[in-house]
Design a protein around this ligand. Structure first.
Ligand code: FES
Ligand SMILES: [Fe+2]
Length: 445
């Protein structure tokens, strides 16, 4: 009997699906290479509105924690289980200066100092001998950020230029995804999925323009990877640059863009992080930005933006299952890649170049840190504490060039990408004007 090839018809039996996970990239617990790497960055962990008068239990990077606000107004993030005998501090009582465990009243400051052990004799040295696990926090734009690495390696906290547009309104949101963080983050370097998932497969989810097959260029930047997707929309050419910032930030233009109206270097509508709860669940957490540049017509639906909700299609499982099957969204496509997507079973094509670059950057940082041969990536270049980034939408009136149009779109893609990346060193306050002037010099507007 001849052995059937695993690539023949009806080859289900011969497929070897028992492949290992890409653990180095996907596992996040303390002590794993990926988990240690992710612990070297600030991450948003909750919405400000989630912290009420009661403590909030949460899990980040596989660690069980309690987030609370003291009666004096200071935020604290502590290991969940009391240092005395392990009761959960989600049942603790916030005080003026900390939180008290419900079981025997041990009293903790937000930095983990044990302020009091009230049942112990007054001269007991126990509270001076130990401290409780605690992490530093920052609050900005309705998000609470935590840092989970060694204090001596704490990087500076920064905002991107998208979050520093004059008059910007921050609309924070948080969406839970029941799968590994990396496959959700990788979606940021997959502009092709917008053509299919969001337009051609089950109907227009954002705007019809996303259904035009784009010319795409991926580029490595000092911060991560960008994709420039250039589409022909009638007499217009729409260039959308998406921005991936290693390890887990991405920025995108608004979902309603239709490529019909001229615009130049309009900043992104979304800055978001993918933050692991643990190996098989994570959150998309970030801001929808609303300002005169990105949303001059007031299309942001702020009442839809918040906890487990955002104002564009398909980001949660909160629909009827049959509806999700008929018209799947990002949540369905990404979570269904398995609890942890198996890279060894993928067959990546040319359109997946951006995914490969993203993984390579991540692997590079993880490996360097694990070997101790190089520090994690240096703090990003900033101007006045603001990081210059790359995402934008540009729509140009450039009628089609007949049979040469595809070559022309490639040319536009090259020029827009060069200008976008070539102005990275400029302060965010003057950069847009310089981008426009370079685009004019190139004869594109
Ligand atoms: S277990 Fe918390 S004070 Fe005893
Ligand atoms: Fe999407």
């Amino acid at each position: 009997m001849t052995q059937a090839s695993p690539n023949a018809s009806f080859a289900g039996y011969h497929k070897d699906l028992a492949k290992p996970e890409a653990a180095e990239l996907t596992h996040v617990r303390k002590g794993t290479p990926g988990g240690e790497y992710l612990r070297r960055f600030w991450h948003p962990i909750a919405l400000t509105t989630q912290v009420t008068a009661l403590p909030k239990r949460l899990r980040i990077l596989g660690e069980d924690l309690v987030l609370f606000r003291t009666l004096g107004g200071t935020l604290g993030l502590l290991h969940l289980h009391c240092s005395h005998r392990g009761s959960s501090l989600e049942f603790g009582l916030p005080t003026e200066s900390g939180i008290s465990c419900c079981y025997h009243g041990w009293h903790y400051a937000p930095d983990g100092t044990i302020l009091d052990t009230p049942g112990e004799p007054a001269d007991s040295p126990i509270r001076h001998r130990i401290s409780h696990g605690a992490y530093p926090l920052r609050e900005h734009g309705g998000l609470i950020f935590g840092y989970f690495g060694p204090p001596e390696a704490m990087p500076p906290f920064f905002l991107t230029d998208a979050a520093s547009v004059p008059g910007n309104h921050f609309h924070p949101y948080l969406l839970t995804f029941d799968c590994n963080w990396l496959q959700v983050h990788e979606n940021s370097m997959d502009p092709l999925h917008s053509v299919f998932l969001h337009t051609r497969m089950s109907g227009v989810q954002f705007s019809e323009a996303f259904g035009a097959l784009p010319v795409v260029q991926y580029r490595r930047t000092p911060l991560g990877v960008t994709s420039t997707a250039v589409r022909r929309i009638g007499d217009m050419v729409w260039a959308r640059v998406n921005d991936e910032l290693t390890p887990n930030i991405a920025q995108f233009g608004p979902p309603w863009e239709d490529g019909q109206t001229p615009k130049l270097f309009v900043p992104p509508a979304i800055t978001r992080w993918i933050v692991p709860y643990d190996d098989t669940s994570c959150m998309t957490i970030g801001w929808r930005h609303a300002n005169d540049q990105v949303d001059p017509d007031g299309r942001t639906k702020m009442e839809e933006i918040g906890l487990e909700s955002v104002d564009f299609f398909g980001q949660t499982p909160n629909r009827d299952y049959a509806d999700r099957q008929r018209e799947p969204g990002d949540w369905d496509a990404q979570v269904s890649q398995r609890p942890i997507a198996l890279h060894a079973l993928e067959n990546l094509g040319r359109t997946d170049t951006g995914i490969g670059m993203l993984r390579q950057n991540l692997r590079h940082g993880i490996t360097a840190l694990a070997r101790g041969t190089a520090p994690p990536p240096p703090p990003p270049p900033t101007h006045d504490g603001v990081l210059t980034t790359f995402a934008h939408d540009t729509v140009l009136h450039l009628p089609a060039r007949g049979n040469d149009d595809e070559a022309f779109l490639h040319q536009v893609c090259d020029i827009v990408t060069e200008i976008t990346l070539g102005t990275a060193g400029l302060p965010h306050t003057t950069r847009r004007a310089e981008c426009i002037s370079r685009l004019k010099a190139a004869g594109l507007c």
